[in-house]
Ligand binder design. Structure first.
Ligand code: NGF
Length: 289
């Protein structure tokens, strides 16, 4: 399960319906142009937490149908309704997803026993491998090294999607669990993560910039830090502008300039205005996206 994964974008029409043909195009360009190793399906970038259960299942189904066994597929099934998380996990497992991932339960201040119960329950009901999705900035859940150790005692917990800028903790986890999979989540810190020994990464911007991400990752792993940094600087010039314009609508607008039916974001997220769309065109041409 090592490698670079795009956190798959999902195109919506103005009513918030999934644009199936556009989704298939996004999957294909991820495979053929960005040359990614896999897709992380129904994460934050897929606007998962804005979709209902039927839509989440539909996305899982379309992705598996389009990608088949060409690349690895990870299904993010985390939900506050544990029954929904289990239902989605069973669905994705039956479809043949290589592993599940679940965001740490959020909003309510769950204690660690409750968090462990959630992961063990999804694993027991699905029998699939699990990658813990840790993103403290959005969930407020900061797992300690001892808590990761407790979660890893379930051998079906094969790793973590680590979306955090705490490189001390990352180093501690890497040293303590050399056999567990660590996939880093912040695209703008890919070089630091690669040097810290991660096995790969999952990112939203890989949908449009996967080739540069591959260069950064490979160069850093080869020890060519100077060149890796040059690619990372260029990448961060792109990411800085994407974040300033609004990440998901901008990534979709970039794809639209390539003739992909990338649609809009799901309300209440706001689409881009005309001025921002002009800036996207400049970005695409300047960085050859
Ligand atoms: O979108 C976020 C939220 N993070 C993603 C990624 O870690 C998680 C990251 O690629 C993700 O995409 C998903 O669950 O689908 C950022 O968008 C990127 O580094 C720009 O900040 O923080």
């Amino acid at each position: 399960m090592k490698g670079l994964y795009s956190a798959l974008l999902v195109p919506f029409d103005e009513e918030g319906n999934i644009l199936e043909s556009g989704l298939r195009q996004i999957i294909r360009q991820n495979i053929e142009e960005q040359k990614i190793d896999g897709l992380y399906v129904n994460g934050s970038s897929g606007e998962n937490f804005l979709m209902n259960t039927i839509q989440k299942k539909k996305v899982f189904e379309i992705v598996k149908d389009e990608a088949g066994n060409e690349i690895k597929l990870i299904a993010q099934v985390g939900a506050l309704d544990l029954k929904e998380a289990i239902e989605l996990g069973q669905y994705a497992t039956e479809l043949g997803y290589d592993a599940l991932s679940a965001v740490t339960p959020f909003y309510y201040p769950f204690n660690f026993e409750e968090i462990k119960y959630y992961y063990d329950a999804i694993i027991e009901a699905t029998g699939n491998d699990m990658i813990i999705y840790s993103i403290p900035a959005l969930t407020g859940v900061n797992l300690s090294i001892q808590q990761f150790d407790e979660l890893f005692k379930n051998e079906k917990v094969i790793g973590i999607k680590y979306t955090a800028a705490d490189f001390f903790l990352l180093e501690r986890i890497r040293k303590a669990f050399p056999d567990k999979l660590i996939l880093s989540g912040f695209d703008e810190m890919l070089i630091q993560a690669a040097v810290s020994g991660v096995d790969g990464a999952i990112g939203s911007t890989y949908n449009i910039n996967g080739r540069r991400a591959r260069q950064i990752f490979n160069l850093a792993k080869e020890g060519n830090i100077q060149e890796a940094y040059e690619r990372q600087h260029e990448t961060n010039d792109i990411i800085e502008q994407v974040l300033a314009l609004g990440i998901y609508p901008t990534l979709k607008a970039v794809l639209s300039t390539k003739g992909i039916e990338a649609g809009s974001v799901k309300r209440p997220l706001a689409p881009l205005d005309d001025d921002s769309l002009e800036k996207v065109k400049e970005l695409v041409s300047k960085y050859n996206l």
